[in-house]
Design a protein around this ligand. Sequence first.
Ligand SMILES: [Zn+2]
Length: 91
Amino acid sequence: MSIKIFIEYKAKLHGILVVKIDPRYTSQQCSKCGLLGERKRKVFKCSCGHVENAGVNASFVISLRHQGILQSSINRDIGEVHPACPTRIAA
Ligand SMILES: [Zn+2]
């Protein structure tokens, strides 16, 4: 049984919705500004100053992508124009 099927099976047993998101860069994207940061072992660091446990940061990225707040594609050119919030979608 694959991990995907196992997660869907367990979630269904407990009435939990499983949502699929684009997994690219989830461990490298900053959950605060959307830029690509640096991950060294368990610590994530971004040029915006955000520092967090890498797993926690990636979890927020996944959640924000699900909510449509953070895009999965990285556009560094946009980041140069507005580094504080380059890839977030206006709510
Ligand atoms: Zn950042």
